[in-house]
Design a binder for this molecule. Structure first.
Ligand SMILES: Nc1ncnc2c1ncn2[C@@H]1O[C@H](COP(=O)(O)OP(=O)(O)OP(=O)(O)O)[C@@H](O)[C@H]1O
Length: 263
């Protein structure tokens, strides 16, 4: 199998400030004020065509940052990312323009993907039908619920038929029927040998759907491997973590955060 996505020592740093004044001072004297926070640190793994990779980890571990980097939405601070093919990200905040209607967003995204006016006319009814939004498609997206936004983003992306698909929690906000329909579409993609990254807190979806899992903890890759192996270890970790008191859980998260913070 050919390698589809290769990550080599990918790091994403953000500057963090305690006050607005610090932020302004840092603009004038870069690096003097505030601290640096590693949202993602030294992540290395590679994925083959046809792999469906679940990204798991507790809140704030860095899953969305990593999926946005893979999707080309966020540049890494350092490291090398090789993506062989066209990639599309579906997230709850999926880059839709709130001022435009659903239909205008479809048109806009299709134009960005290089579709001709004729092609857009052809795919428009298909996308509207998949989205299940009915007449809401002519309403501005700012009036949509997060589930409706996710449906629209999903419908556009599956019609775009990318080689690599990144799905960030987009299936957790829709209703069950839509989620089932979307999972069926994903299975079709999986059968076609497309590469999929799947961020979800729904572990039974991850178990049923993913062939591999990347477990992210405190911005670092704790484990990468076949679903059955990593899922077993992650579940054991969660069982222990959930047994901790809220104060002990916070202590654990604070300890991880401390390791990510640098001057
Ligand atoms: N633009 C940003 N500026 C500063 N910090 C950021 C930024 N984006 C993310 N972070 C920080 O990076 C860390 C990882 O965030 P990320 O959203 O990737 O985690 P996640 O695993 O997707 O979390 P969740 O499960 O809660 O969605 C968090 O501590 C977050 O506060």
């Amino acid at each position: 199998m050919a390698e589809s996505v290769i990550l080599k020592n990918i790091t994403k740093k953000y500057r963090m400030y305690e006050t607005k004044g610090q932020q302004i001072a840092d603009l004038i004297f870069p690096g003097k004020k505030g601290s640096s926070f590693n949202a993602i640190e030294n992540i290395t793994f590679s994925v083959e065509e046809g792999d469906v990779v679940g990204l798991v980890g507790i809140n704030g571990s860095g899953k969305s940052t990593l999926s946005n980097i893979i999707g080309g939405l966020v540049p890494p601070t350092s490291g090398e990312l090789i993506v062989n093919g066209e990639v599309n990200v579906i997230a709850i905040q999926s880059g839709l323009n709130n001022a435009l209607t659903g239909a205008e967003n479809i048109e806009f995204k299709c134009l960005l993907m290089g579709y001709s006016k004729e092609k857009i006319k052809e795919v428009m009814p298909e996308i509207i039908e998949f989205s299940e939004l009915g007449d809401f498609i002519y309403q501005p997206v700012k009036q949509y619920s997060s589930g409706m936004k996710s449906k629209l983003g999903f419908a556009i992306s599956v019609t775009a038929n990318p080689d690599i698909l990144v799905i960030d929690e987009a299936l957790s906000v829709g209703d069950q029927t839509f989620t089932d329909k979307s999972l069926a579409k994903m299975l079709e993609y999986k059968k076609q040998g497309k590469t999929i990254f799947f961020v979800s807190h729904n572990l039974s979806q991850v178990r049923n759907f993913c062939t591999k899992i990347a477990w992210i903890e405190g911005g670092r890759l704790r484990e990468f491997g076949p679903t059955n192996v990593v899922m077993r270890n992650y579940m054991a970790f969660l069982k222990d973590y959930n047994k901790l008191t809220p104060a002990k859980q916070k202590e654990f998260r604070d300890q991880l955060a401390k390791q990510r913070k640098h001057k």
